[in-house]
Ligand binder design. Structure first.
Ligand code: PHE
Length: 445
């Protein structure tokens, strides 16, 4: 057997994990969810969810991955708990499920980079979205996005993922800051800020049951939890790294990028509409594309440039996340069956491309895939992982979390949090998600 790859540097791991975390969840969904769920009040709940629930869970996944030093599925066998392989398998399945439609949205983003440069959507953004979001066009660009993803994963951990994300993640931050500064100069920015930053606690109090699971689910998705991605990435980490420090930094950066995206998107919308447009209020697939595109369309030549840059940043964020989803299954097939990495990456991408054609053909499918992932698959998979580290594997997990860090008290606080409020948060999210499933969009047939 050839020696297993590792990250070349600690920074490489951190940037790859941030690249996985920062994606469509941050730029496409987060600003809209915040905007339509009480603005700053949602932000407060989300921050609590990310740091109090997401952060302990990401550490749990890191502990499993680094201790096992193998892919997310076989990790549980190597840790001598083969029955818990179900956690890795469910994570892998959920990741593939998500990647199938994530790539469709990635394809739209590609299309909108072109559409910004050529001013293609300037005439009628809503009609443009309708014509490019479904059908052959969407399928073709979904194929391109999937091929790009597989292309990076094929190069391997150090030469592919690490090199790519080292370039992508800093670019995302720099470009978003630039766009936020630009957005600051727009008329309407002040209104947007007050909307974004003035909490409406009455709204929160009246909608707690909806907002909390929504925020927690968003935190899971955004931190790439429950999909084996963080287990896999941590399996390439050395034992002298401090997991609490790395996990903390990753959580902070991921949250910061989401918040930053709000500072770009909301002023754009307020400048254009004076308030939140209806397309955004729905927060559905069209939100980013139609409303933000309308805002660019209004700005003429400057809008072309700003639009192209904006969608470019969304593209690299989406790509650096997609590669982590594909890496989960790739590392499994490479570790387990000794298959060639490029072969697996492109082979799986091909199969997922086919599955994703459903979503590319009709966005109702996309909504259905997404809802099931958010409300059931993700929280279920996260819950199993929490039970595993919190009870089945607790002493070793604590040991792993403390290895490489000098914080001797940290492990016991961490495991206590997992066993109490983390568990409670995850169970509540799953129950409320399953319960609301009757409200799922009907299947498109
Ligand atoms: N975290 C990514 C996002 O916010 C999505 C993702 C989920 C990526 C799970 C990898 C694994 O867009």
């Amino acid at each position: 057997m050839t020696e297993r790859e590792t990250w070349a540097t600690r920074l490489g791991f951190i940037l790859a994990a941030v690249g996985s975390a920062v994606g469509l969840g941050n730029i496409w969904q987060f600003p809209f969810k915040t905007a339509t769920n009480g603005g700053a009040a949602f932000l407060v709940v989300y921050l609590l969810a990310a740091f109090l629930i997401g952060f302990p869970i990401i550490l749990g996944e890191f502990a499993i991955g680094r201790r096992a030093k193998i892919n997310a599925v076989e990790a549980f066998q190597r840790l001598k708990h083969p029955a818990w392989t179900i956690v890795g398998a469910l994570g892998l399945f959920t990741g593939l499920w998500i990647l199938s439609y994530y790539s469709v949205v990635g394809g739209w983003v590609l299309r909108y980079i072109g559409g910004s440069i050529t001013a293609g959507y300037f005439g009628d953004p809503a009609m443009y979205f309708d014509s490019v979001s479904m059908g052959w066009d969407a399928i073709a660009l979904h194929a391109v996005f999937m091929a790009l993803t597989a292309g990076i994963v094929a190069f391997g951990v150090e030469d592919g993922i690490e090199k790519a994300t080292k370039l992508m993640v800093p670019s995302i931050v720099v470009i978003l800051v630039g766009l936020a500064v630009y957005a600051f100069t727009l008329d309407g920015a002040a209104d947007a800020y007050s909307f974004y930053l003035t909490p409406d606690f009455t709204y929160l109090a009246n909608n707690l049951g909806d907002v909390v699971p929504y925020a927690v689910g968003q935190a899971f998705f955004s931190l790439s939890l429950g999909m084996g991605a963080m287990i896999t990435y941590a399996s390439y980490v050395g034992r002298d790294d401090s997991l609490p420090a790395d996990g903390g930094l990753i959580t902070v950066l991921n949250t910061a990028v989401g918040v930053l995206a709000g500072f770009v998107v909301l002023p754009l919308l307020f400048a254009q509409f004076g308030q939140l447009p209806e397309t955004a209020a729905g927060g559905g697939p069209g939100a980013l594309f139609i409303s933000v595109a309308s805002a660019f369309a209004d700005l003429g030549l400057l809008g072309r440039a700003a639009g192209a840059v904006f969608f470019f940043v969304v593209l690299i964020a989406a790509l650096s996340s997609a590669i982590s989803l594909l890496e989960v299954v790739t590392s499994y097939c490479v570790d387990r069956y000794g298959l060639s990495r490029p072969g697996v990456a492109f082979g799986v991408a091909g199969v997922l491309f086919l599955l994703g054609t459903l979503s590319a053909w009709n966005t109702a499918w996309l909504g259905w895939f997404d809802t099931l992932a958010y409300k059931v698959l993700l929280p279920a998979s996260v819950l199993l992982g929490v039970v595993f580290v919190g009870w089945v594997y607790a002493p070793q997990a604590v040991d792993e979390i403390e290895a490489g860090s000098n914080l001797e008290w940290f492990g016991s606080v961490w495991i206590w949090s997992i066993r109490t409020f983390v568990l409670l948060g995850v169970v509540a999210t799953l129950l409320l998600g399953v319960n609301s499933i009757y409200g799922m969009p009907p299947l498109p047939f």
